[in-house]
Write a protein that binds this ligand. Structure first.
Ligand SMILES: [Zn+2]
Length: 279
């Protein structure tokens, strides 16, 4: 019995940790914000990231469901590009949460919602940082590589959208924002490391993204599509759904399933830390 006592104590502690800690662990959640994109990431170190904020205020309730109780801080927010279905919710996010870092693709706002977002960043006195290909953000068991835009290609809208690859101890995620086939082609030509376990499908499943060549390069097991129920654009298109299922990839859709949670494990040493929590 004595030999097993230390193990027993550890198991009891782990159990209590799980019971009393509201942190649901490292994960990427494709939030259901209707027609648009908003991705929440809880890193292994307990940071909260938001990549895009959907078209409006609905992101607030989604975030409140995800953040641990009492945590109102987002360590970083990312605007992949200035289209309203991606940045429309940021003004409300900046009003409701404390945001430490703001990253964009370097594009200037072109719409009312875009200007409201940038005004809110300036009002809060947060420095706005532009990301481009080759930059890397790291944290414990978590790396985020910026694959696009290329500095020389800071063009407007979807062609200049931030494409990022998250690498964790267990899984990798390729986040295509609204990047079209021309960007996919350039990423492949530049011999970018694209292979990932999960693909966040580009441009809500529009037929001008997610080419067969991209799927060959990424080889994902799962694909997630963010689109609004019965949206006016016909997203996701049958062409893209056929390409995905034809390649044997499991398809997850916010218009059918609501928010989609994709958990990933930290390495064993951090798994212990995570259970006992950091905020
Ligand atoms: Zn979009």
């Amino acid at each position: 019995m004595k030999r097993w006592l230390p193990l027993l104590i550890v198991l009891v502690c782990v159990g209590l940790g799980l019971l009393f800690n509201s942190d649901r662990g490292p994960r990427l959640v494709v939030l259901d914000v209707g027609q648009g994109d908003a991705l929440y990431v809880r890193t292994p170190a307990g940071q909260d990231l938001l990549i895009d904020a959907g078209p409006g205020r609905q992101v607030i309730a989604e975030l409140e469901r995800e953040l641990p109780a009492g945590d109102r801080t987002l360590e970083a927010i990312f605007a992949t590009h200035m289209d309203a279905d991606h940045i429309g919710g940021f003004e409300a996010v900046l009003q409701e949460f404390k945001v430490l870092h703001v990253f964009t693709n370097g594009q200037q706002p072109t719409t009312k919602k875009g200007h409201a977002f940038i005004d809110a960043v300036n009002t809060q006195g947060i420095e706005l940082q532009e990301l481009s290909r080759g930059q890397r953000l790291t944290s414990t068991d978590f790396t985020m590589d910026v694959l696009w835009p290329d500095d020389s290609e800071r063009v407007s809208s979807n062609e200049g959208a931030l494409v990022m690859r998250l690498v964790t101890a267990e899984k990798s995620f390729l986040l295509m924002a609204d990047a079209p086939d021309s960007v996919e082609k350039k990423l492949i030509e530049l011999q970018t490391q694209l292979r990932s376990d999960v693909l966040k499908v580009g441009h809500h499943g529009s037929k001008t993204s997610t080419t067969g060549a991209l799927l060959t390069a990424v080889q994902p097991g799962q694909a997630v599509i963010s689109a609004g129920k019965n949206n006016q654009y016909g997203h996701p298109t049958n062409e893209v759904l056929d390409r995905l299922t034809g390649a044997g990839i499991e398809v997850l859709r916010t218009d059918q399933q609501g928010s989609i949670t994709l958990p990933f494990n930290a390495s064993p040493k951090n798994w212990f830390e995570n259970i006992f929590g950091s905020t």
